[in-house]
Design a protein around this ligand. Structure first.
Ligand SMILES: NC(=O)c1ccc[n+]([C@@H]2O[C@H](COP(=O)([O-])OP(=O)(O)OC[C@H]3O[C@@H](n4cnc5c(N)ncnc54)[C@H](OP(=O)(O)O)[C@@H]3O)[C@@H](O)[C@H]2O)c1
Length: 318
């Protein structure tokens, strides 16, 4: 584990109440950073702050609360952050989940994609001004090796009748790699980097509602080969702090090394498609010169297929 100093740096880690996020927070606090825990439950977030302060002997640890699957909450969370902190040096988009059954967020968007992809687009975009002001700054997107199961079939993501938890999770993590690619391109020359990573197969609270039946059996069998959350956090900590990666952007890291992700993740028209889908779903436009993307008829069809909201359906304040 690197021992780079993060004194005077401000790091926001979503999903830092348990597992990989919590261990990342402890490691970054150990390096002297001011750490903000993104949590959604007051008790779990307060407990995490106590754990991080105790483990690191660093008092500069606090929390902000939001259910990050709800786009209105995401926007409020970002605004509260900017009211309380003048800089943001490292944003770790770590919060994520797999949902056994189909569910929707308050905006009518399928939960896996809402939490694991669209909210990250929205949160990152809402914090871009403070990241820019703090540059050089870093964005780390926690993806998964499971993205390799994903196909570039994003137009049916909100279709309840064909919902499969693992497919949706894989799609969201593939989508996150597309997001990372486009974001890093748009950020060229700004001093802000964006990289994605896979933490390894980690023993955490992840999938607690999902690992039943066959998947529960597999989880039990493979428990001995799963790594600790602390080990799983190592690549995030490396990306957050190492001078080696100061200039690196748009890559996918495993075990502190940039490696190729799936061939599907390099499909440039899919990357453009995902970016536009994120914009449509959240109603949030980044402050870049956007080139128009032809979403084709497929997206129009999927709007009819299920409850996917149009821009007009979005809350006007986000
Ligand atoms: N575990 C693995 O093997 C593995 C492998 C590859 C990738 N990943 C990725 O690693 C990341 C962290 O997972 P983990 O293994 O550390 O799992 P975890 O222990 O379940 O932690 C997930 C974190 O996300 C938060 N979260 C979940 N839903 C949220 C919501 N709606 N709003 C705000 N926060 C929410 C949780 O908060 P609460 O405490 O409130 O539930 C928790 O802090 C995820 O993105 C996951 O996809 C994990």
């Amino acid at each position: 584990m690197t021992t780079n100093s993060l004194k005077d740096k401000v790091c926001l880690i979503t999903g830092a109440t348990s597992g990989i996020g919590l261990e990342t927070a402890i490691a970054l606090a150990n390096m002297g950073a001011t750490v903000i825990v993104g949590g959604r439950d007051l008790e779990r977030a307060s407990n995490a702050v106590i754990k991080i302060r105790t483990a690191s002997n660093n008092p500069n640890v606090d929390f902000l609360l939001a259910d990050l699957s709800d786009f209105v909450e995401v926007k409020r969370f970002a605004e509260e952050f900017k009211q309380q902190y003048k800089r943001l040096d490292v944003l770790v988009n770590n919060a994520g989940a797999i949902f056994k059954e189909y569910d929707e967020n308050p905006q009518g968007v399928e939960m896996t994609m809402a939490l694991n992809l669209f909210s990250i687009y929205l949160l990152t975009g809402s914090l871009l001004d403070v990241l820019q002001h703090s540059a050089p700054s870093r964005i780390i997107n926690v993806s998964s090796m499971v993205h390799k199961l994903g196909k570039n079939e994003f137009d049916g993501f909100n279709d309840e009748s064909s919902y499969k938890a693992l497919n949706s999770y894989a799609l969201s993590k593939l989508g996150l790699l597309h997001f990372n690619t486009i974001l890093s391109e748009k950020l060229q020359g700004t001093g802000i980097t964006s990289n994605a990573m896979h933490p390894g197969w980690v023993k955490s609270n992840f999938g607690s509602g999902f690992y039943t039946g066959f998947y529960g059996f597999l989880d039990t069998i493979f428990k001995p080969v799963q790594i600790s959350s602390q080990k799983g956090a190592e690549t995030i900590v490396y990306l957050a702090s190492s001078p080696d990666v100061e200039q690196i952007s748009g890559k996918y890291f495993v075990k502190n090394k940039a490696i190729p992700s799936s061939s599907a993740s390099y499909n440039t028209s899919s990357s453009d498609y995902v970016w536009e889908l994120c914009r449509q779903q959240t109603g949030f436009q980044y402050n870049f010169q956007e080139k128009p993307v032809d979403m084709g008829k497929k997206v129009e069809d999927s709007k009819d297929a299920k409850t996917k909201k149009t821009d007009d359906d979005k809350p006007s304040d986000i």
